[in-house]
Design a protein around this ligand. Structure first.
Ligand code: SF4
Length: 236
């Protein structure tokens, strides 16, 4: 659940740049972007937040990176190296570095971070994914871009294009209203890099201990398979 859903409209939110947004402002922005091409949303984001805008990448593909670097080649791309990525994901990140000359920031968990076997999936995700991103964004950003789409899963079916996250940061999902066909079309037309695991039955790719092959009709069903967990917590 996002703060957009829980915070009463009209409550001001202070950002570190001094800009102030209300939940109603953000909801109106989000609504106004419905049906716009993701490049337009990214263009607005770059203009609004400048160097205090980051892009969170998982390297399942470079779809959002391709879109964003065409608007702002120097945009900060953040990758959370949990220590449990597939070799294919790290290879895709290296390929992306070479293709796009990325301004890449790699975030790592603290040496004492929990692991999945001793501490379980929620604590592990919290200390290896959520905490590193949160530390970085709270210190360096006012807004961040994510590749989340409503077509990813039923749980993401109502995802707004613009929202306020639990940290008070503006979270922008430029491709929220893109269907899988829209994404595939863009990927083919722009020769977007794809993680090789996608061709081996992995439509959604996270850490190797928590990702299994899945049916493409339910792309995220291979994530934390057999548990109630459906999200790592980054998108709260
Ligand atoms: S996806 Fe699994 S291994 Fe990766 S951070 Fe979350 S619980 Fe840990």
């Amino acid at each position: 659940m996002t703060l957009l859903e829980t915070r009463p409209t009209g409550t001001p939110v202070a950002l570190r740049t001094g800009r102030r947004y209300t939940a109603a402002d953000v909801a109106a922005m989000s609504e106004s972007f419905e049906g716009c091409h993701p490049s337009e949303v990214i263009g607005w984001s770059v203009e609004e937040f400048g160097s205090r805008l980051s892009l969170s990448a998982s390297f399942a593909d470079t779809l959002l990176i391709d879109l964003a670097t065409k608007v702002e080649p120097d945009i900060e791309v953040v990758f959370i190296d949990t220590g449990f990525h597939f070799a294919e994901t790290l290879a895709t990140a290296r390929q992306a570095m070479s293709r796009y000359a990325l301004n890449l920031t790699v975030l790592r968990p603290l040496p004492t971070a929990a692991d999945v076997w001793a501490h379980g999936v929620d604590t592990c995700c919290g200390s290896r994914k959520v905490a590193p991103l949160e530390r970085h964004l709270v210190a360096n950003a006012d807004a961040w871009l994510s590749g989340l789409r409503r077509s990813d899963s039923p749980e993401r079916g109502d995802a707004p294009i613009v929202s306020l996250d639990l940290r008070g940061l503006v979270k922008i999902n430029p491709m929220a209203d893109w269907s899988s066909d829209d994404a595939e079309r863009y990927i083919l037309e722009n020769d977007v890099l794809i993680n090789p695991l996608a061709f081996e039955g992995y439509p959604s790719i996270g850490c190797w201990p928590c990702t299994e092959p899945a049916d493409s009709s339910d792309p995220r069903s291979g994530r934390w398979s057999g548990s109630e967990k459906t999200e790592c917590g980054l998108h709260a």
